[in-house]
Ligand binder design. Structure first.
Ligand code: TZP
Ligand code: MG
Length: 214
């Protein structure tokens, strides 16, 4: 049996530089808490020194580091997470879906999809997973749109055979509903980044998710 290149399930923590100025310390904490899926979200641009400092932590831990928005930075890491508008911007640069998939060979490609139709397209275009939300309203992303709730999440999960990451306004008490809707990953910004003790909170989420998925 061949070993999968990557495992897309469980707690997916976003290191958002706007929320977490000390990204390295935060990453150390959530890795210690057992998180093995990480996304770097740096809306002011991905500083290569920071990216390399984070990779120096995720690689020995066997964790994946996926980069939001920035394809060039993603090529130094383990993959790209792209929104619909990021895919559009890449197309304008002459990088269509096939070229993107080929460029990211061996790396993860995740695509934000609020609707089943977008998820079907992401599947056809070679995405490895889909990010869907906002599950609930969130102040972390100003243009996140209206909450899709458990019904919206379930609609995307049942539309495609891809792992789905639920995102947006998620806290611990939401885990049973999110797992019940069929999501394979639970993506978190504030719930970990604004916790008094991110390592402990991460450990609680990892254990809590394992329980609701069991
Ligand atoms: N995409 C959809 S909602 C969101 C992103 C990046 C923000 C999630 O942040 P939080 O703090 O977990 O609501
Ligand atoms: Mg984006």
């Amino acid at each position: 049996m061949t070993r999968p290149l990557f495992v897309l399930e469980g707690v997916y923590a976003l290191v958002d530089t706007a929320v977490t100025p000390d990204a390295e310390r935060f990453l150390d904490a959530i890795l210690a808490g057992g998180v093995r899926l990480i996304q770097l979200r740096a809306k002011q641009g991905v500083e290569r020194a920071l990216l390399r400092a984070l990779l120096a932590r995720t690689r020995p831990a066997g964790a994946l580091l996926i980069v939001n928005d920035d394809l060039d930075a993603a090529l130094e890491a383990d993959g790209l997470h792209a929104g619909q508008e990021d895919l559009e911007a890449l197309r304008r640069r002459g990088i269509d879906a096939a070229a993107l998939r080929a460029t990211l060979a061996g790396k993860v490609l995740g695509v934000s999809c609020g609707l089943p139709g977008e998820a079907l397209r992401a599947l056809a275009e070679g995405a490895d997973y889909v990010g869907t939300g906002p599950f609930k309203t969130t102040a972390t992303k100003s243009d996140a749109g209206d909450a899709i709730g458990v019904a919206g999440l379930a609609a995307v999960c049942s539309a495609v055979p891809l792992p789905v990451a639920a995102i947006g306004g998620i806290d611990f008490g939401d885990l049973p509903e999110i797992a019940g809707a069929g999501a394979r990953m639970v993506a978190l910004v504030s719930a970990l980044a604004r916790a008094a003790d991110p390592e402990r909170r991460a450990r609680e989420f990892v254990a809590g998710w394992a329980r609701v998925r069991a």
